[in-house]
Write a protein that binds this ligand. Structure first.
Ligand SMILES: [Zn+2]
Ligand SMILES: [Zn+2]
Length: 356
């Protein structure tokens, strides 16, 4: 039994960190960067807890932040009811119109493994692949390691599957927890969800700093996922890590660095200035302008044009007649001599020349 419990809790922690660190803080929010084997280690933990396609999960979660507690939020208890916020939202065929991984999850689509697990955005196919791999692996575990391992793994996965589904409902019910920050959404911090979800229950903090790798901000808000990430950073497996500015400031305050500063003397109160009243201002009346009329223009009459003198064609001089001209007579042409008759050629029909 002890062996079984150790197995169950170890696997529970891996699967839960897989959802929190892998699916949520890394893939959905990119709140830190890490080496690829560590990314796959955490994402696999989430995938084997039946969390579905990583692209699908992260795209829907990004939409949850974008439209938090509005009609477009895929799982707000305020809209669509508790059942939809719990599991109803996962039971569609494909994405609604306002959510598109090609537009909002380009970084996720670059990974060929995640693309395969997403099955081209077909939700039912992607869920089926996840179910087949999850169950197939447990069957293999049964044959290789025996029933205890297979059962512990299956139960740990099913338990972790409940956590984010539960979180979506409970951490968006104002009565279930408390707020550190205001805002229009219903998100609240719920301590017992934080315990079950490895620090993910500090959901009001998370909605305030969604890009932060740390969600527990106050001293009592323990955040195991953040501690794990810190350890990974120590071993250089995590590179860049975004941590909310506020907690760093608060931590400094608590460590006494700021407390050690001498208090600044209070500034003397400013004497009250007498109320200032605008003197009434009257516009002086503008004297009315005298009527101004334009002098009448004299009527304009076109002067009469002078008449042009009539034009008369001069008479043309008469040309002399031909007979009046003394032209010399033309010489007569000489007569052409008569041509001799041509001899007859036998067999040839001679064309008859026309006699001139
Ligand atoms: Zn939320
Ligand atoms: Zn989030």
């Amino acid at each position: 039994m002890t062996e079984f419990l150790v197995l169950f809790f170890s696997l529970y922690i891996w699967h839960a960190l897989g959802v929190t660190i892998g699916y949520h803080r890394l893939l959905s929010h990119r709140s830190f960067s890490c080496i690829k084997p560590l990314e796959y280690f955490f994402v696999l933990g989430g995938y084997l807890a039946f969390e579905g396609s990583p692209i699908w999960w992260a795209s829907m979660h990004r939409a949850h932040h974008r439209y938090v507690d509005t009609a477009l939020d895929p799982h707000s208890p305020r809209y669509g009811g508790v059942w939809n916020a719990y599991i109803g939202w996962t039971m569609h065929d494909t994405y609604p119109e306002h959510i598109d991984p090609k537009a909002q999850g380009k970084d996720l689509l670059k990974d060929p493994i995640y693309r395969f697990l997403d099955q081209g955005g077909d939700w039912k196919k992607a869920h089926a692949v996840n179910f087949a791999i999850g169950i197939g692996l447990r069957v293999a575990m049964y044959f290789i390691f025996g029933w205890q391992v297979a059962l512990a793994s299956t139960l740990a996965a099913l338990a972790v599957l409940q956590i984010p589904l539960l979180l979506n409902v409970v951490c968006h019910m104002p009565k279930a927890g408390y707020k550190n920050y205001g805002g229009q959404d219903d998100s609240v911090n719920v301590w017992w969800v934080a315990v079950l979800a490895m620090g993910e229950g500090w959901h009001n903090n998370h909605h305030m700093f969604p890009g932060s790798a740390r969600s527990g901000l106050k001293l009592h808000e323990v955040d195991p996922s953040w501690i794990v990430l810190r350890i990974c950073k120590l071993f250089k497996m995590v590179g860049y890590m975004n941590e909310a500015v506020v907690p760093r400031f608060e931590a400094k305050q608590k460590s006494g660095l700021l407390a050690q500063l001498p208090e600044l003397p209070k500034l003397p109160e400013m004497p009250k200035l007498p109320e200032f009243q605008m003197p009434e201002f009257h516009m002086p009346q503008v004297p009315s302008m005298p009527d101004f009329s334009l002098p009448r223009m004299p009527e304009f009459q076109m002067p009469e044009m002078p008449k042009l003198p009539e034009f008369q064609m001069p008479e043309m001089p008469q040309l002399p007649q031909l007979s009046d001209l003394n032209l010399p007579e033309m010489p007569k042409m000489p007569k052409m001599p008569e041509l001799p008759e041509l001899p007859e050629i036998p067999g040839l029909q001679q064309p008859k020349l026309a006699k001139s």
